[in-house]
Design a protein around this ligand. Structure first.
Ligand code: NDP
Length: 258
């Protein structure tokens, strides 16, 4: 199930779902491909990049430490992707917008009075996904023989409201729509919003421990205790199967359980 000679950019690659996606991608691309890992945690990225390079000798692995909620972080990421270059006969460009945060879920809607906090949240979870994708599509423009795939790591929260998740739901809904617009505008780009299912990661742990809404918090605790959380590797595999099969409608939201 090869994606051919590819250039892949994965944000939020230091742990959780992003890390699993990098590992899955590394086994699905042809020799001569390049993979860029992005997050703020230098040590985790270095360790993972070194491990991947050792296991996949034909793969050029790079990492960049960047806080994607800042313009500087975005610039560093785009520059690193530019340096990976387009001179390797690339057949596929894959951009995985995975980095994300929950926001302060100990607060309800009426506690959200601090505009700085809201803007900071939207910078990482909405603005950076838009500007990173648009910048990379410019860096790797349309040309014959190049397939460009953009993934928005989405959530059920893009579609369904959850109490005390104002920022998270708003951010995921905005992203789904933003990427649907990209799909409308550019038929040359394959756009997928993928809901990975409830996975056993640090983000889930935050949900179980910090959520203001008691009833919902209990549901999350039960999911964990009853072993209902999805394995990150299984979900990453499913997402790449969806990309590979290429049967989804560009811009659509596809969920792990679909
Ligand atoms: P984690 O919290 O485990 O990982 C988040 C990743 O994002 C980390 O690699 C983190 O790296 C990176 N990140 C966070 N803030 C920044 C920042 N400012 N700049 C750059 N990178 C950043 O989350 P998950 O793996 O669980 O989630 C991954 C994606 O999947 C998210 O978009 C999430 O919304 C989505 N999702 C998760 C679900 C779940 O149940 N876990 C369910 C549905 C969707 P670092 O700290 O090193 O910067």
């Amino acid at each position: 199930m090869s994606l051919g000679r590819a250039v892949c950019v994965v944000s939020g690659a230091s742990r959780g779902f992003g890390l699993a996606v990098c590992r899955e991608l590394s086994g699905r691309v042809s020799p001569g491909s390049a993979l860029l890992l992005v997050s703020r945690s230098e040590e985790a990225l270095r360790r993972e990049a070194e491990g991947l390079a050792e296991r996949c000798p034909g793969l050029g692995v790079r990492w960049v430490t960047a806080d994607l909620s800042t313009e500087e972080g975005l610039r560093r990421t785009v520059t690193a992707a530019e340096e990976m270059g387009e001179d390797r006969g690339t057949e596929t460009l894959i951009i995985i917008n995975n980095a994300g945060s929950l926001g302060d879920i100990s607060k309800s809607f009426s506690d959200m009075t601090d505009m700085g906090e809201v803007n900071q949240y939207l910078s990482l979870n909405v603005s950076s996904a838009l500007c990173l994708t648009s910048s990379l599509l410019r860096t790797f423009p349309r040309r014959p023989g190049l397939r460009r795939v953009v993934v928005n790591v989405s959530s059920l929260a893009a579609i369904k409201p959850f109490k005390s998740w104002t920022l998270y739901c708003a951010g995921k809904a905005a992203r789904d729509m933003m990427f649907r617009v990209l799909a409308e505008e550019d038929a040359d780009v394959r756009v997928l919003s993928y809901g990975p299912g409830p996975m056993d990661t640090e983000m889930q742990e935050q949900a179980r421990t910090r959520m203001a809404d008691t009833e919902l918090r209990l549901q999350f605790i039960n999911m964990k205790n009853q072993g209902k959380l999805v394995d990150v590797e299984v979900s990453a595999r499913k997402m790449l199967d969806v990309i590979h099969s290429d049967t989804f409608k560009s811009g659509d939201h596809v969920d792990f359980y679909d």
